[in-house]
Write a protein that binds this ligand. Structure first.
Ligand code: URA
Length: 456
């Protein structure tokens, strides 16, 4: 973004700030702090807050303004503090949201098994993308409500936890997001970056890996826009002292086979047994590899892959997952049954009443499985919320039976639909009608990796 003029008188009221931003002028640090304080104190009239956000979306924020906003938002609440002996090992990962994105469930225990401390504060479903917290809550007894003292105990004992945002963590973001949601001001590089990074900065991390998704199933469709967002987030996180790297990753096709809450938990457990889909494991190892390499655990990214593979193979990553599940409220028996390779997870996890196969109407090769359509269908089955407060049906969703590049026959099942209604609802069938793209030609350029670019 072009540099915004700065040599202008300081605004001394919210009205001044709105007008200044409307003219496309850069705001100073004190002005941004004044704005954020006003948000936290509820001292800004609703219409002024809406105007300010709209002016910000239309005129943008430069890197300096975004860093100031992020810092002020971070300081609007509690900044977590950790034992000094953990310094240099406190890490986390954030994804901008994908379809079938269960990476956190697999990566957090793997990182913990490598000696890291992972205080992961995660979110619920947003739009068509699923939420890590919703997935984990499909485990009976699992809780996501923990304060910093309780998180410290879990990190001491286990090494990782995956929890929800408390009221104390970045309260400014909660208020700003609620207004952005109803004023058409969500889509802004500066506002999205500051919202995401302020929450990660409040976790007081040493290292952060960002998974910035682009494609049909991502919130940012174009590679160019995702690159702008990823670069901005890396810059501001670094400006706040967090050693950060972002991977720009493809999100046209769903990640793995499972889409839906308990289905994804079951698939994550398979991953930790070393039996997960290769695309899920590849993304887990690439994200973890860059993080562990940055954290100085290994000499190369590839060595980090090997270390993580070894922790999966020898069962220590699975053990971290089991202990995290117990530390977060599930009983020993539930956790044991979930994590035992010989046991049936479906005696524990909620499952749908019915499973119906969807058949391909064509013979040929799978060129695409449209992740956005799969996510919408899964949402319509009850796996997501259309408004806050909706109750999630944990067992519903899709299990893909083919991958991109596979040969498929006419009449062959390409996805199993897990549903609670007697038959698959017609609106779900309509959405899924165009999700599978089959063509005559064999695909020749299939990459095993979703990573498009590394942003440092
Ligand atoms: N996720 C967030 O936390 N904030 C945004 O603004 C967008 C996505």
């Amino acid at each position: 973004m072009a540099a915004t003029p700065r040599n202008v008188p300081k605004a001394i009221s919210i009205l001044d700030l709105i007008v200044k931003k409307r003219h496309g002028l850069a705001l100073g640090k004190e002005e941004i702090e004044y704005f954020v304080q006003g948000v936290v104190d509820d001292a800004i009239a609703k219409e002024q807050l809406g105007s300010m956000l709209m002016a910000t979306v239309l005129k943008g924020l430069d890197d300096f303004e975004t860093t100031c906003l992020t810092r002020a938002m971070m300081n609007s609440g509690e900044v977590m503090s950790w034992p000094e002996s953990w310094r240099g090992r406190i890490v986390d990962k954030h994804s901008t949201g994908g379809v079938g994105d269960k990476i956190s469930l697999v990566l957090a225990p793997i990182l913990a098994s490598c000696g890291m401390k992972v205080p992961m504060v995660s979110g619920r479903g947003l739009g068509h993308t699923g939420g890590t917290l919703d997935k984990l809550e499909s485990i009976p007894g699992f809780s996501v409500a923990f304060n910093t003292a309780a998180m410290t105990k879990i990190l001491e004992d286990v090494g990782c936890c995956i929890v929800g945002q408390t009221d104390k963590l970045v309260p400014a973001d909660k208020k700003l997001y609620a207004t952005r949601d109803v004023t058409g001001t969500v889509e802004s590089v500066g506002l999205i970056s500051s919202s995401i990074v302020s929450k990660k900065a409040a976790e007081n991390l040493d290292y952060l890996i960002l998974d910035v998704k682009c494609g049909k199933g991502a919130t940012t469709n174009s590679e160019k826009d995702a690159l702008v967002l990823g670069s901005r987030m890396v810059n501001i996180a670094k400006g706040l002292g967090i050693n950060t790297v972002a991977l720009l990753t493809e999100m046209n096709n769903p990640i793995g086979q499972a889409i839906g809450n308990s289905l994804e938990v079951a698939e994550s457990i398979q991953c930790l047994h070393g039996k997960g889909p290769s695309d899920v494991m590849n993304l887990v190892y690439q994200l973890g590899g860059h993080l562990l390499f940055r954290a100085g655990l290994t000499e190369t990214v590839e060595e980090s892959y090997s270390l993580m593979e070894a922790r999966v193979r020898d069962g220590t990553a699975m053990d971290c997952f089991r202990r995290m599940v117990v530390a977060q409220g599930a009983s020993d028996d539930v956790a044991k049954q979930l994590c035992d390779p010989e046991a049936d997870v479906w005696t524990i996890l909620p499952k749908s009443k019915h499973v119906t196969g969807l058949k391909s109407t064509n013979k040929g090769f799978v060129h695409e499985i449209d992740s956005k359509l799969c996510a919408i269908a899964s949402g319509k089955l009850g796996a997501g919320r259309s408004k806050s407060g909706d109750v999630i049906q944990f067992g519903v969703g899709l299990m893909l039976q083919v991958c991109v590049g596979d040969a498929i026959d006419q009449g062959e099942v390409w996805a199993n639909v897990h549903h609670n209604s007697d038959t698959i609802p017609p609106e779900v069938l309509t959405v899924l009608e165009n999700a599978l793209v089959v063509q005559d030609q064999k695909l020749t350029n299939i990459s095993g990796s979703r990573v498009i670019k590394v942003i440092t």
